[in-house]
Design a protein around this ligand. Structure first.
Ligand code: PRT
Ligand code: MG
Length: 214
């Protein structure tokens, strides 16, 4: 049995065509089913639904053999125990710094003042500002980062941006792009050896579907 960990929403939706290219069809829709384990048309392949941030944990500890996770999630997790053979180029967005449209970010950076930054992505934010030589107080949040600069909790946020409409709706502006983000295939290192006969053709078929050799 091969267990594939996916999160509901964009990652599930965008992984489906790649699975189809590998001959795998998920037999239930996670949006209407309450099941957390979904069967596929292949009796020896099943999908487990977990939170996006839990995918690396499931795969690293062998709760799933393989999974799909965003680069943001993988950097914050650290990636220990995971083999990352493929960038799937799905669920693309960017990690950016954003501030209120009336906040002088460049001024604060040039003066060398401390910056209060709210984010879910503390590792990425810490590294980014350390490289710039900007002193920051990081405030860890688990969601609705956009609210932090509007309420005075923070001067800036580090968050994912795709269309930019969430920032715009909250009168925030993107002042720096930190990195491009897409989702990757992650594989449990032990499973890759023990279940190689089943996993290798699956990884190869997905690689062919995204146009990358393995
Ligand atoms: O939503 P939930 O709390 O259940 O979990 P999650 O946010 O971790 O999962 P999900 O499914 O929302 O995101 C899974 C992965 O998709 C992330 O880890 C990213 O790698 C990737 N991804 C791609 C995104 C976005 N685009 C994205 N736009 N993840 C989140 N967003 C959010 C962003 O945080 C912001 O709140 O969408 C908002 C901005 O979108 P725009 O279009 O208004 O700019
Ligand atoms: Mg989300």
């Amino acid at each position: 049995m091969i267990t594939l960990a996916l999160s509901k929403g964009r990652i599930f939706e965008e992984t489906l065509p790649l699975l189809a290219a590998a001959g795998i069809e998920v037999l239930e829709d996670p949006e209407s089913s309450r099941k957390l384990i979904l069967p596929t048309n292949q009796p020896d392949v099943r999908v487990v639904l977990v939170r996006a941030t839990d995918v690396p944990t499931y795969v690293a500890y062998g709760g799933a053999d393989i999974g799909v996770a965003g680069r943001d999630v993988l950097i914050e997790h650290g990636g220990a125990g995971l083999y990352q053979p493929l960038d799937l180029q799905i669920a693309r967005c960017r990690m950016s710094v954003a501030v209120r449209d009336d906040f002088d970010y460049q001024g604060v950076v040039q003066q060398g003042s401390r910056l209060r930054v709210a984010t879910k992505y503390t590792s990425i934010a810490r590294q980014h500002f350390a490289e710039k030589g900007v002193h920051v107080d990081l405030i860890k949040l688990y969601g609705s980062m956009e609210l932090a600069p509007l309420t005075g909790l923070a001067d800036a946020i580090v968050d994912l941006v795709s269309t930019g409409s969430t920032l715009k709706a909250n009168r925030l502006v993107e002042v720096e792009r930190i990195m491009d983000i897409s989702s990757r295939l992650v594989v449990n290192q032990a499973a890759l050896k023990l279940k190689r006969e089943a996993l290798k053709p699956l990884i190869d078929a997905i690689a062919a579907a995204v146009g990358q050799p393995t």
